[in-house]
Write a protein of this length. Structure first.
Length: 564
């Protein structure tokens, strides 16, 4: 893994991915005036997840690299599932990730009039017709890969009748799903998308932007490509599931004689132990398996932000994953590696005790408090130092003490010495237990000459423990997050529902934690390293009266080990 890390830090130019190669070839040939114009087209029916982040990092990144522009265009063609709250959340996520679409915020609904006129053009050319088959009846006409579909009985309606019926559909004369407008292409095509696809369906539903103006709404395949053309998109970047849709988009372009946007497909992001389906993520939210779209266990950008992931770490992850033509599954440990790399450089080190037990320094003066200096971040000299209080009564982790330790246990045990970080060497003298036999207090003595920084402090001991001063400690709640699913491919089992693999231990809440007093004024989303415990951040629920921290990721780097 050392070589991999060194590779990530070099300034050597990276080889071009296949999309960059296409763009550079187009610019070199002068296609579209050597202009580069991309777009990110989210549907406002849910929150963005890390797979979307890969897509818009590519969309905005290509535009930035080649001096072009990138539009933000909401594909708001289904009023039943869409909401302005999703629009607002999507914009917040993209801005948080560091991208700006300037004044180029568009909606498919901006083009409803244009799309309607395009449909009229197809009808007049005899390339579209009004069909009255129900969805079940349409399915009954479907052929196979080797047999053509049966034609709709309405396929050969006259142009005049189709124009009249389509106008009446628009005017709201017919109930939902009673009629559709279909393209008239090729019932024998080996590409099922070319077998008279539906362009419009009737939906008497209020639209979040157009209100009740429309009761017919375009299908995705009809709105998407034409919106690209209307905006003059030169490189329309899509994931691989849209490969069979490309011939349909090109057919529309040719029949309408409009701007020829080029669709280029790349592999979507598949992440182990993760569900990427927006529909299934919504199911997790609605059924209460998680506490909302911003639950830190969710792969949404809202959830990752709340958990403590940074924009830089997510961008680094998308760079590391790269752009490919074939589907593969990325180990989630790679994402965890990227956030560790980022926070290791920037997160202040602080001390927190999650499972405290009282430690009493018997030979330290009662009532005395001294301020000891400690480094904020050994990876960043400019971070400086801070003072932490030391007193007779401290808290340490309960797991850092054992009465009968095994070999190579270098923490505290009877008669053994350890160093308290940035403080003194102590020696365990005795323990006090409660009526149930649980350790209530650990009594130690300290070596006053062993304070780090003094000449005598060079005496070595094998263990170093973190701690907090009991009189100065702040109470805190700490939420330990694990992976939401226990199976690396929760959606890959045909005979099982993905929810069967929800990890029952994905969230552990610790309510009696102690943290050092410097955290009293910690701000929401502040990033920290709890010494020896992992990377944490301040949760949205945190207040000065009740501090709440989320574990972003542990210190152990499994991906680095795997690669090393």
């Amino acid at each position: 893994m050392t070589d991999e890390k060194e590779e990530l830090k070099t300034d050597e130019p990276k080889s071009l991915n296949f999309i960059e190669q296409i763009v550079e070839e187009d610019m070199k040939s002068g296609k579209h005036g050597a202009r580069v114009h991309t777009r990110f087209p989210p549907e406002p029916n849910g929150y963005l997840h890390i797979g979307h982040a890969k897509a818009f990092c590519l969309d905005f990144g290509i535009a930035q690299k080649y001096g072009g522009q990138c539009n933000l265009r909401f594909d708001d063609t289904n009023p039943i599932t869409e909401d302005t709250s999703y629009v607002d959340a999507i914009k917040k996520d993209i801005r948080w990730m560091g991208f700006d679409w300037e004044d180029r915020e568009y909606y498919a609904s901006d083009y409803f009039d244009t799309l309607y006129e395009y449909a009229i053009q197809l009808i007049k050319k005899g390339k579209a017709y009004v069909c009255e088959l129900s969805a079940e009846e349409v399915n009954a006409t479907r052929g196979t890969d080797f047999e053509p579909d049966k034609p709709s009985p309405y396929r050969d309606r006259s142009i005049g009748e189709n124009l009249d019926l389509f106008q009446r559909m628009k005017n709201g004369e017919f109930p939902n799903d009673s009629k559709t407008l279909r393209a008239k292409i090729d019932l024998a095509s080996t590409n099922m998308h070319m077998r008279d696809p539906i362009l419009y369906r009737i939906r008497h539903a209020h639209h979040h932007r157009t209100g009740d103006k429309w009761c017919i709404y375009p299908m995705y395949d009809w709105a998407h490509g034409q919106s690209d053309s209307t905006e003059g998109i030169t490189h329309s970047l899509c994931t691989l599931e849209f490969v069979p849709h490309r011939p349909l988009y090109e057919w529309f372009i040719n029949e309408l004689g409009i701007f020829p946007s080029r669709q280029i497909e790349f592999a979507r992001l598949n992440l182990s132990y993760t569900i990427m389906s927006k529909r299934k993520l919504l199911q997790l939210v609605n059924e209460g398996h998680v506490k909302g779209w911003d639950d830190p266990r969710m792969p949404t950008l809202h959830g990752l932000r709340r958990r403590g992931y940074t924009p830089g770490s997510i961008r680094a992850f998308t760079e590391l994953v790269g752009i490919a033509k074939r589907e593969n599954v990325i180990d989630v440990a790679m994402l965890e590696f990227c956030i560790r790399e980022d926070l290791n450089k920037t997160a202040p080190r602080v001390m927190a005790v999650l499972n405290p037990v009282k430690l009493i320094v018997d030979n330290y003066p009662e009532g005395k408090t001294e301020e000891l200096e400690t480094v904020n971040n050994p990876e960043d000299e400019s971070a400086g130092t801070r003072m932490i209080p030391f007193s007779r009564e401290l808290y340490i982790e309960r797991d850092d003490f054992m009465e009968e330790p095994p070999k190579k246990f270098f923490r505290l045990s009877p008669g053994n010495e350890v160093r308290l970080k940035s403080a003194y060497i102590i020696k365990c003298e005795s323990v006090v237990k409660d009526a149930d036999g649980q350790i209530k207090e650990i009594h130690v003595t300290y070596d006053p000459t062993s304070h780090s920084g003094s000449p005598e402090s060079q005496r070595k001991v094998k263990g170093t423990l973190h701690w907090v001063s009991a009189p100065h400690a702040l109470d805190a709640e700490v939420r330990l997050y694990d992976r939401l699913f226990s199976d690396p491919d929760p959606d890959g089992h045909k005979d099982h529902d993905f929810k069967e693999f929800i990890n029952p231990n994905s969230l552990t809440i610790l309510t009696h934690c102690k943290v050092e007093p410097s955290l009293k004024n910690a701000a929401i989303l502040d990033h920290l390293q709890f010494t020896r415990l992992g990377y944490f951040n301040v949760d949205d629920d945190s207040t000065p009266e009740k501090l709440v921290f989320n574990r972003t990721v542990g210190l152990k780097d499994t991906w680095a080990k795997m690669m090393g």
